[in-house]
Design a binder for this molecule. Structure first.
Ligand SMILES: Cc1cc2nc3c(=O)[nH]c(=O)nc-3n(C[C@H](O)[C@H](O)[C@H](O)COP(=O)(O)O)c2cc1C
Length: 199
Protein backbone atom coordinates (compact mmCIF):
# COMPACT_ATOMS: atom_id res chain seq x y z
CA UNK A 1 0.00 0.00 0.00
CA UNK A 2 1.32 3.47 -0.89
CA UNK A 3 2.03 5.61 2.15
CA UNK A 4 3.25 8.90 0.82
CA UNK A 5 2.96 10.25 -2.70
CA UNK A 6 3.63 13.67 -4.15
CA UNK A 7 1.90 14.66 -7.40
CA UNK A 8 3.38 15.89 -9.65
CA UNK A 9 6.84 14.72 -8.71
CA UNK A 10 8.35 18.09 -9.54
CA UNK A 11 6.97 21.61 -9.13
CA UNK A 12 6.21 23.00 -12.55
CA UNK A 13 4.57 26.35 -11.83
CA UNK A 14 4.98 29.03 -9.18
CA UNK A 15 1.27 29.63 -9.67
CA UNK A 16 0.12 26.21 -8.45
CA UNK A 17 -1.53 25.72 -5.08
CA UNK A 18 -0.32 22.97 -2.74
CA UNK A 19 -2.79 20.55 -1.21
CA UNK A 20 -2.25 18.15 1.67
CA UNK A 21 -4.48 15.07 1.48
CA UNK A 22 -4.46 12.89 4.60
CA UNK A 23 -6.49 9.69 4.55
CA UNK A 24 -7.37 6.68 6.68
CA UNK A 25 -8.01 3.28 5.17
CA UNK A 26 -8.22 -0.37 6.20
CA UNK A 27 -8.84 -2.24 2.94
CA UNK A 28 -7.62 0.40 0.48
CA UNK A 29 -10.78 1.93 -1.03
CA UNK A 30 -10.28 5.33 0.62
CA UNK A 31 -6.71 5.33 -0.64
CA UNK A 32 -7.99 4.64 -4.15
CA UNK A 33 -10.47 7.50 -3.84
CA UNK A 34 -7.73 9.77 -2.43
CA UNK A 35 -5.60 9.06 -5.52
CA UNK A 36 -8.56 9.93 -7.74
CA UNK A 37 -9.09 13.25 -5.91
CA UNK A 38 -5.36 13.96 -6.23
CA UNK A 39 -5.48 13.18 -9.94
CA UNK A 40 -8.27 15.70 -10.51
CA UNK A 41 -6.44 18.40 -8.53
CA UNK A 42 -3.20 17.78 -10.40
CA UNK A 43 -5.12 17.90 -13.66
CA UNK A 44 -6.22 21.38 -12.61
CA UNK A 45 -2.60 22.43 -12.12
CA UNK A 46 -2.12 21.92 -8.38
CA UNK A 47 0.43 19.97 -6.37
CA UNK A 48 -0.83 17.30 -3.96
CA UNK A 49 0.92 15.59 -1.05
CA UNK A 50 -0.94 12.37 -0.33
CA UNK A 51 -0.23 10.87 3.09
CA UNK A 52 -1.61 7.81 4.90
CA UNK A 53 -2.78 9.04 8.31
CA UNK A 54 -1.18 6.06 10.01
CA UNK A 55 2.24 6.88 8.55
CA UNK A 56 2.51 10.65 8.90
CA UNK A 57 6.11 11.85 8.55
CA UNK A 58 7.30 13.81 11.59
CA UNK A 59 8.38 16.60 9.28
CA UNK A 60 4.85 17.11 7.97
CA UNK A 61 3.82 20.76 8.47
CA UNK A 62 0.14 21.18 7.49
CA UNK A 63 0.36 24.98 7.73
CA UNK A 64 2.69 24.95 4.71
CA UNK A 65 -0.14 23.91 2.40
CA UNK A 66 -2.71 26.14 0.76
CA UNK A 67 -5.52 23.64 1.35
CA UNK A 68 -6.13 20.40 3.24
CA UNK A 69 -8.38 17.46 2.37
CA UNK A 70 -9.05 14.56 4.73
CA UNK A 71 -10.65 11.23 3.80
CA UNK A 72 -11.60 8.35 6.08
CA UNK A 73 -13.59 5.12 5.97
CA UNK A 74 -16.07 3.68 8.46
CA UNK A 75 -15.69 0.36 10.28
CA UNK A 76 -18.13 -0.70 12.96
CA UNK A 77 -19.72 2.75 12.84
CA UNK A 78 -16.43 4.47 13.64
CA UNK A 79 -13.65 6.38 11.94
CA UNK A 80 -9.99 5.56 12.36
CA UNK A 81 -8.71 6.98 15.65
CA UNK A 82 -5.50 8.18 13.97
CA UNK A 83 -7.50 10.32 11.53
CA UNK A 84 -9.72 11.73 14.26
CA UNK A 85 -6.67 12.58 16.40
CA UNK A 86 -4.91 14.26 13.47
CA UNK A 87 -7.95 16.38 12.61
CA UNK A 88 -8.39 17.43 16.23
CA UNK A 89 -4.70 18.28 16.57
CA UNK A 90 -4.78 20.38 13.39
CA UNK A 91 -8.14 22.08 13.85
CA UNK A 92 -6.70 25.60 13.60
CA UNK A 93 -4.89 24.88 10.34
CA UNK A 94 -8.01 23.28 8.88
CA UNK A 95 -10.12 26.28 9.85
CA UNK A 96 -7.74 28.80 8.31
CA UNK A 97 -7.69 27.59 4.68
CA UNK A 98 -9.89 25.85 2.13
CA UNK A 99 -10.58 22.32 3.33
CA UNK A 100 -12.59 19.25 2.49
CA UNK A 101 -13.61 16.01 4.15
CA UNK A 102 -14.88 12.83 2.56
CA UNK A 103 -16.15 9.67 4.20
CA UNK A 104 -16.25 6.21 2.64
CA UNK A 105 -18.74 3.60 3.80
CA UNK A 106 -21.05 0.87 2.58
CA UNK A 107 -24.14 2.54 3.99
CA UNK A 108 -23.59 5.60 1.76
CA UNK A 109 -24.33 3.29 -1.20
CA UNK A 110 -27.21 1.43 0.45
CA UNK A 111 -30.62 0.94 -1.16
CA UNK A 112 -32.15 1.88 2.19
CA UNK A 113 -32.64 5.61 2.70
CA UNK A 114 -32.25 5.24 6.48
CA UNK A 115 -28.77 3.76 5.97
CA UNK A 116 -27.78 6.60 3.66
CA UNK A 117 -29.04 9.04 6.31
CA UNK A 118 -27.08 7.16 8.98
CA UNK A 119 -23.92 7.53 6.91
CA UNK A 120 -24.47 11.25 6.58
CA UNK A 121 -25.13 11.44 10.34
CA UNK A 122 -21.73 9.83 10.93
CA UNK A 123 -20.11 12.53 8.79
CA UNK A 124 -21.85 15.24 10.83
CA UNK A 125 -20.94 13.55 14.11
CA UNK A 126 -17.29 13.33 13.09
CA UNK A 127 -17.11 16.97 12.02
CA UNK A 128 -19.00 18.25 15.06
CA UNK A 129 -16.79 16.18 17.36
CA UNK A 130 -13.72 17.68 15.73
CA UNK A 131 -15.24 21.17 15.69
CA UNK A 132 -14.42 21.47 11.97
CA UNK A 133 -16.61 22.91 9.20
CA UNK A 134 -14.92 21.99 5.92
CA UNK A 135 -15.85 23.87 2.78
CA UNK A 136 -16.53 20.61 0.94
CA UNK A 137 -17.98 17.36 2.23
CA UNK A 138 -18.29 14.04 0.40
CA UNK A 139 -20.07 10.88 1.54
CA UNK A 140 -19.02 8.15 -0.87
CA UNK A 141 -19.90 4.52 -1.28
CA UNK A 142 -17.00 2.17 -0.60
CA UNK A 143 -16.24 -1.41 -1.58
CA UNK A 144 -16.85 -4.94 -0.44
CA UNK A 145 -13.56 -6.78 -0.71
CA UNK A 146 -14.49 -10.29 0.35
CA UNK A 147 -11.11 -11.48 -0.93
CA UNK A 148 -9.39 -9.50 1.85
CA UNK A 149 -11.67 -10.52 4.74
CA UNK A 150 -11.09 -13.38 7.15
CA UNK A 151 -13.92 -15.91 7.61
CA UNK A 152 -15.67 -14.01 10.41
CA UNK A 153 -15.52 -10.65 8.63
CA UNK A 154 -16.71 -12.26 5.41
CA UNK A 155 -19.71 -13.75 7.23
CA UNK A 156 -20.58 -10.45 8.94
CA UNK A 157 -20.14 -8.32 5.81
CA UNK A 158 -22.19 -10.75 3.74
CA UNK A 159 -25.07 -10.41 6.22
CA UNK A 160 -24.79 -6.61 6.23
CA UNK A 161 -24.61 -6.54 2.43
CA UNK A 162 -27.74 -8.68 2.20
CA UNK A 163 -29.58 -6.27 4.48
CA UNK A 164 -28.42 -3.21 2.54
CA UNK A 165 -29.20 -4.56 -0.92
CA UNK A 166 -25.51 -5.17 -1.64
CA UNK A 167 -23.77 -8.17 -3.19
CA UNK A 168 -23.50 -11.40 -1.27
CA UNK A 169 -21.53 -13.66 -3.60
CA UNK A 170 -18.31 -13.80 -1.62
CA UNK A 171 -16.40 -15.30 -4.53
CA UNK A 172 -15.65 -11.82 -5.84
CA UNK A 173 -15.21 -8.18 -4.77
CA UNK A 174 -17.54 -5.24 -5.45
CA UNK A 175 -17.06 -1.50 -5.75
CA UNK A 176 -19.90 0.93 -5.01
CA UNK A 177 -18.00 4.20 -5.34
CA UNK A 178 -19.65 6.70 -7.67
CA UNK A 179 -16.56 8.13 -9.39
CA UNK A 180 -18.61 10.99 -10.85
CA UNK A 181 -19.41 12.12 -7.30
CA UNK A 182 -15.76 11.87 -6.32
CA UNK A 183 -14.72 13.92 -9.35
CA UNK A 184 -17.35 16.56 -8.54
CA UNK A 185 -16.02 16.83 -4.97
CA UNK A 186 -12.45 17.22 -6.22
CA UNK A 187 -13.52 19.79 -8.84
CA UNK A 188 -15.22 21.84 -6.11
CA UNK A 189 -12.01 21.84 -4.05
CA UNK A 190 -10.04 22.79 -7.19
CA UNK A 191 -12.39 25.73 -7.84
CA UNK A 192 -11.60 27.08 -4.34
CA UNK A 193 -7.90 26.79 -5.10
CA UNK A 194 -8.29 28.79 -8.29
CA UNK A 195 -9.70 31.55 -6.05
CA UNK A 196 -6.74 31.22 -3.65
CA UNK A 197 -4.27 31.56 -6.52
CA UNK A 198 -5.92 34.57 -8.05
CA UNK A 199 -6.51 36.70 -4.95
C1 LIG B 1 -15.02 -5.00 9.53
C2 LIG B 1 -15.76 -4.00 8.71
C3 LIG B 1 -16.69 -3.18 9.32
C4 LIG B 1 -17.42 -2.24 8.56
N1 LIG B 1 -18.33 -1.46 9.19
C5 LIG B 1 -19.07 -0.59 8.45
C6 LIG B 1 -20.06 0.22 9.08
O1 LIG B 1 -20.24 0.21 10.29
N2 LIG B 1 -20.80 1.03 8.29
C7 LIG B 1 -20.62 1.09 6.93
O2 LIG B 1 -21.34 1.82 6.27
N3 LIG B 1 -19.66 0.37 6.31
C8 LIG B 1 -18.89 -0.47 7.04
N4 LIG B 1 -17.92 -1.22 6.44
C9 LIG B 1 -17.68 -1.05 5.01
C10 LIG B 1 -16.47 -0.13 4.74
O3 LIG B 1 -16.73 1.18 5.15
C11 LIG B 1 -16.16 -0.18 3.24
O4 LIG B 1 -15.76 -1.49 2.92
C12 LIG B 1 -15.11 0.82 2.81
O5 LIG B 1 -14.92 0.70 1.42
C13 LIG B 1 -13.79 0.60 3.53
O6 LIG B 1 -12.89 1.57 3.09
P1 LIG B 1 -11.32 1.35 3.24
O7 LIG B 1 -10.98 0.21 2.33
O8 LIG B 1 -10.71 2.62 2.77
O9 LIG B 1 -11.04 1.10 4.67
C14 LIG B 1 -17.19 -2.14 7.16
C15 LIG B 1 -16.23 -2.96 6.56
C16 LIG B 1 -15.52 -3.88 7.32
C17 LIG B 1 -14.50 -4.74 6.64
Amino acid sequence: MTRHTTYPTRRCSLDMASVLLVYGTSEGQTEKIAHHVAGVLVGRGHEVELVHGRHLPESLAPARYDAVVVGDSVHGGRHHAYVRRWVEANRDVLASRPSGFFQVSLSAASERSESVAASRALVDEFLEGADWSPDHVGDFGGALVYSQYGPVQRFVLKRIAGREGGDTDTARDYEYTDWGEVTAFAEAVAADLDDVRHT
